[in-house]
Design a protein around this ligand. Structure first.
Ligand SMILES: [Zn+2]
Ligand SMILES: [Zn+2]
Length: 498
């Protein structure tokens, strides 16, 4: 039976009352009075739930809410939901007029009691008996919203900062590339020719000149499987850094963001050479002209022997990779043991002094073959064969030298690759030999081959002597660099500017 217009007393008159209001009987005045809060189960010192009602709640709503929310002290609920209404609708209907709180389960952030929207919600927060303390800290919806708002705000600020940093970095990079392009046009080649160019730099630069004929942008080092010169990144990077410093190459403006290094203030600090695409600072022809001038200037013989040694170092590396592949892929043996590697390289270097690279390939093929046969004959392990290859190679080289045997040249297998600086270094070597053949004697000093030490002496002496040399150099015009590499690399030659 629905009870009409029965209202609870004002909460002021029953402060903190845990007792049910159902005993209230006298009709209240017509104006709406908010029913007071109700603690459940009724009459216990530590209630498990507190209900608070909206002003719209009728006495019938209050009674229904109490029946719905009243816990069974043993756990679960005093009455089944079906006794209070349609099970799928009751909780939603009561939400309109009543809020249920769990007084002993507080929000982790604001410490106010958590609100439950249904019996199952209450059980998920406080367990079947509404008394469990879960390890999880719950947060009330208001605090959750506040926390979400703070998180969103922080994310927005972080995003703004990231965008500003990005913008600053882009501006830095743009200014750098503009300044770099600007300085390329005013590049003082004379200064570059007077700088130090190691044999390593020359081989890599020669490979870059080759590459620039295909495409002006040189690929980042990590796009070249064996590197420009060395498979190990660090050594290659040192060469790149030196070439950059002496302005043989510059960073291409297509450099990706991850190739650029910025400090905390978003100022450009430098580059990761491995990831950076470069380009030649001047044309391939000018680069080659300056490089050749350095290599053919004073101390030419020292430079050429350094270049030759550098080519041998790369060839030794190539031979090592070839032998390793032979042992491991063809014979399925382990690689040459670590303690034999330096002996092996020593044999490569001495062998390359007397034999061509192709002949060395032949020696290696035969050494591996002989070791394999010896291993089978003696019933030894694979590791013995790998190790013996080094001794066998040494014997074969010694015998060949002693008996002056003719050794054929073998080609490397097609699957074998070398870094581009090896082929470029070899080509550079033969180009320089041809160029030396063509170099004429000094026209100022009889019987003086170039580089001419007399001319250098006059240049260093200064005064009218130096002036004479400068005039001679100036008269050669654009061919001066090619014809007089010894003078072209001297800072004392002030004219012309290129
Ligand atoms: Zn809260
Ligand atoms: Zn001279």
């Amino acid at each position: 039976m629905p009870k009409k217009k029965r209202k609870g007393r004002s909460p002021r008159r029953r402060p903190n009352s845990g007792r049910s209001h159902l005993k209230l009987a006298s009709p209240s005045p017509p104006e709406a009075v908010t029913p007071g809060p109700v603690d459940l189960p009724p009459g216990v010192p530590k209630p498990l739930l507190r209900l608070e009602f909206s002003p719209q709640a009728s006495a019938e709503d209050v009674e229904r809410a109490i029946r719905y929310w009243n816990p069974n002290p043993e756990g679960g609920w005093a009455e089944p939901v079906s006794a209070v209404g349609v099970p799928s609708k009751v909780a939603a209907e009561l939400l309109e007029v009543c809020e249920a709180y769990l007084p002993h389960h507080l929000c982790g952030a604001c410490a106010s009691p958590l609100r439950a929207t249904s019996r199952s919600d209450a059980a998920s927060l406080a367990g079947h008996d509404l008394q469990q303390r879960k390890n999880v800290t719950f947060t009330c919806p208001a605090c959750r919203r506040a926390a979400e708002h703070i998180r969103a705000e922080e994310a927005r600020v972080a995003q703004e900062q990231a965008e500003a940093a990005d913008k600053a970095r882009r501006a830095e990079a743009k200014a750098f590339f503009e300044q770099q392009a600007e300085s390329a046009t005013t590049l003082c080649r004379r200064h570059r020719r007077a700088s130090e160019l190691t044999a390593e730099m020359a081989c890599v630069l020669a490979a870059m000149i080759d590459r620039s004929h295909i495409k002006p942008v040189l690929p980042p080092r990590n796009h070249i499987p064996l590197g420009w010169m060395w498979e190990e990144g660090g050594t290659d990077n040192d060469v790149l850094v030196h070439l950059l410093k002496e302005r043989w190459i510059r960073v291409d403006s297509s450099a990706p963001d991850q190739a650029l290094a910025f400090d905390d203030e978003d100022k450009l600090q430098g580059f990761y050479p491995t990831l950076t695409p470069f380009r030649l600072t001047s044309s391939a022809a000018q680069t080659q002209e300056d490089m050749w001038a350095i290599l053919l200037s004073h101390s030419k013989d020292t430079r050429l022997s350094q270049l030759r040694h550098q080519i041998h170092r790369m060839e030794a590396d190539s031979l090592f990779r070839y032998l390793d592949g032979l042992l491991q892929d063809r014979y399925q043996y382990p690689p040459v043991p670590e303690n034999k590697v330096s002996d092996l390289y020593r044999l490569f270097f001495s062998g390359l002094e007397d034999y061509t690279f192709g002949q060395m390939v032949c020696f290696l093929w035969r050494a591996a073959d002989t070791s394999a046969a010896w291993k089978e004959r003696k019933q030894l392990t694979d590791a013995h064969a790998s190790s013996a290859t080094v001794t066998v190679l040494e014997n074969k080289l010694d015998t060949a030298r002693e008996c002056k045997m003719a050794i054929p040249e073998y080609d490397l297998p097609r699957s074998h690759n070398d870094p581009p600086a090896l082929a470029a270094g070899r080509a550079l070597w033969s180009q320089l030999q041809e160029r030396i053949e063509l170099l004429e004697e000094c026209v100022l000093h009889e019987n003086q081959a170039l580089p001419c030490s007399n001319c250098l002496g006059m240049l260093y002496a200064g005064g009218s002597d130096a002036e004479e040399i400068r005039e001679h150099y100036a008269l050669l015009g654009e061919s001066a660099i090619e014809l007089r590499p010894d003078l072209a690399t001297k800072p004392q030659i002030s004219l012309p500017a290129y």
